[in-house]
Ligand binder design. Structure first.
Ligand code: KG4
Ligand code: ZN
Length: 344
């Protein structure tokens, strides 16, 4: 299975090989587009162009690293959404052309379902039921996952995504893009008692809100008479606030479901601080399943793994497969827990 991911600013290709129930990662190539650093965020048109220039070489490289030729590939899995539509389109059109010309199976994959499958690449024993916290630059979702392919939405963000909050606060602090890793690095040297930020919506329900927290950081930055001195402390207080909210909701969902596994996925799950806090607070109740950082950030291995699962069910896409910026997660079911939607 060749996987292709171009939904945002990573051009990635991967190969999964092996038996039907036990695929192994044979190669993973991730090319991060540096061009966006100059602008402090992803510029969609530049992302599309960079994907177009890089994708053929990235796919070729993944084949070489896996030690297989194109003839060994049975199927092509590609991210069809959600994401930047122009960026997605490059991957979708490329995958369609490859599959059509070579008469191979084509399978369009939902990017968020890809993030859910990331831990399975390294931990083949991982099985639902579990609660999943998907935290990326574009999404913040808490899901009850009773089985692969069945997703009950417990809560989402009402405004900014968790990763977006990290990126915006990093900008306020004068740090580079993407902000999450920079904040985590700086926070490690910060004093957690110097500043305290609010924990929006922490004490009720499963929904999230981060835009007020961002404003609180803005006021603290403006009120600082020495930003150089305060920067690590501000980063620490902000990170503590976000992680406290995320992990409190995760704990609440584990208690409500009685599940024994909490899965972390998405770019923010690269945060060691998040994984450590979740493991500490859930000790005795649930184990934390989280992939290594390479597989949490946007990558084609997770897309290939989700595609592998869908293909094994007998699903495949036809030649009308299209990129969709707002592609909904397949298999979404209504939430069944009581007290899940405390807000209208
Ligand atoms: O999943 P992802 O690679 O792309 C999207 O699908 O959005 O997530 C990227 C997000 C960025 O907002 C980035 O700041 C955040 O993940 N991120 C982190 C860390 N590493 C990446 N946030 C907090 N701490 C980190 N160590
Ligand atoms: Zn992502």
């Amino acid at each position: 299975m060749l996987g292709i991911e171009t939904s945002c600013d990573e051009t990635s290709a991967a190969l999964l090989v092996g038996e039907r129930s036990r695929p192994e990662l044979a190669s993973l190539v991730i090319l991060s587009q540096d061009v966006h650093r100059v602008f402090g965020g992803v510029v969609p048109e530049l992302a599309s162009r960079a994907h177009l220039a890089a994708l053929p070489a990235v796919v070729e490289r993944a084949l070489v690293e896996a030690g297989v030729g194109w003839h060994a590939v049975d199927a092509v899995a590609v991210t069809a959404g959600p994401g930047l539509v122009g960026a997605l389109l490059v991957g979708v059109v490329y995958a369609k052309a490859l599959a059509y010309a070579g008469d191979r199976a084509l399978i369009g994959v939902n990017h968020l379902e890809g993030h859910l499958f990331a831990p399975l690449v390294e931990d083949p024993q991982l099985e639902p039921p579990f609660v999943a916290l998907l935290v990326s630059g574009g999404h913040t979702l808490l899901l009850d996952v009773p089985a692969w392919g069945r997703y009950r939405l417990l809560g989402a963000t009402r405004d900014d995504a968790a990763g977006e909050a990290f990126d915006k606060v990093a900008t306020l602090l004068g740090l580079g893009y993407p902000g999450g890793p920079e904040i985590e690095r700086l926070a490690a040297t910060g004093d957690p008692t110097r500043f305290t930020f609010p924990r929006p919506m922490r004490d009720a329900g499963f929904e999230f809100s981060f835009s007020g927290l961002k404003t609180a950081v803005l006021h603290a930055v403006r009120g600082s008479d020495d930003l150089e001195r305060d920067r690590p402390h501000l980063a620490r207080a902000f990170q503590d606030a976000v992680l406290d909210v995320l992990v409190t909701k995760l704990e609440r969902a584990i208690q409500a479901t009685g599940y024994r596994i909490a899965l972390l996925g998405g770019g923010v799950a690269c945060s060691r601080a998040l994984a450590e806090l979740a493991a500490r607070r859930l000790a005795g109740c649930a184990r934390v399943a989280v992939a290594s950082p390479r597989l949490n950030a946007d990558n084609a291995a997770m897309i290939a793994r989700a595609g592998w699962y869908r293909l094994a069910l007998g699903e495949r896409s036809d030649w009308t497969l299209d990129a969709r910026a707002d592609l909904p997660l397949p298999g979404l079911e209504p939430a069944t827990l009581p007290d899940l939607t405390p807000h209208p």
